[in-house]
Ligand binder design. Structure first.
Ligand SMILES: *Cc1c(COP(=O)(O)O)cnc(C)c1O
Length: 244
């Protein structure tokens, strides 16, 4: 399979990593009494070239995540939208919302009321409904984006009432630590918020986007329905362009 090209390199790597990641998801799901199909695998292609994306599509992955607007737009232009569901998973500046809405299927990183309002307004202007996840900060880390746990319920319920966004669920990011208690606490905190808002509103969907390369097991065991995996699939992000 490996033919020395960058495309061949990514194909060869995914042939190894994808089964491993799927096994890890399946094992964690089984441990929690769930099916592997209950967890979607979002491939995070940020920082990797188009060859990585083409290899991912060839390997059967159909959902991709990017965290920077310019990189996302360039990749969508090159790859198209027919065979991929594109997710924005990074912070969106308000002035870039229009550009993001033109290219994505889901904005996972709705982290403020003003951003939600702007998405709703622009969506209304173009006569569509935009799928979003509301980002919650249940890690307790000041540096993490998203609504704080104590304001999240009200925020999610308010956003769910907007006419041109559809809240499919929540997204959260755990801190970069190994401490199992901290990781589980972050994930279960998001799950509890989702359970509470879904008790109060039928407008909020069941998705919980949580779990990355190093913490996917705990995320799935705590109820994740979508893990966002970059490094464990594609390897370390090359160069500085990819960033964190
Ligand atoms: C980069 C990123 C990921 C993937 O991280 P890995 O550790 O490479 O799996 C997931 N979610 C978000 C929001 C990211 O920015």
């Amino acid at each position: 399979m490996y033919d020395g090209s960058e495309a061949g390199e990514y194909a060869a790597r995914l042939a190894e990593t994808l089964p491993r990641v799927r096994d890890e998801i399946a094992a964690a799901a089984a441990g929690a009494g769930r099916t592997p199909e209950s967890v979607r695998l979002l491939a995070v292609s940020k920082g990797h070239p188009l060859e990585a994306i083409r290899a991912a599509l060839a390997a059967g992955l159909g959902e991709l995540g990017e965290n920077r607007v310019a990189e996302l737009a360039g990749k969508v232009e090159a790859i198209g939208r027919e065979s991929v569901r594109w997710h924005m998973i990074g912070h969106v500046q308000r002035r870039k919302v229009g550009g993001v809405l033109e290219v994505v299927d889901c904005v996972q990183s709705v982290d403020s009321m003003r951003l939600a309002e702007r998405i709703d307004r622009l969506a209304a202007e173009s006569g569509r409904t935009v799928e979003v996840l509301v980002q919650v900060n249940t890690s307790g880390e000041a540096a993490k984006g998203g609504f704080e746990a104590d304001e999240a319920e009200d925020a999610v319920l308010a956003i769910a009432g907007f006419g041109n966004v559809r809240v499919e669920g929540l997204m959260t990011m755990a801190p970069f630590v190994d401490d199992e208690r901290v990781l589980r606490g972050t994930f279960s905190g998001a799950r509890r918020i989702l359970e509470e808002v879904r008790r109060q509103s039928s407008e909020v969907g069941p998705q919980l986007s949580m779990g990355m390369s190093n913490d996917l097991r705990f995320a799935v065991e705590e109820g994740s329905t979508m893990v966002r995996i970059g490094t464990a699939l594609f390897g370390a992000r090359p160069g500085l362009a990819g960033g964190a």
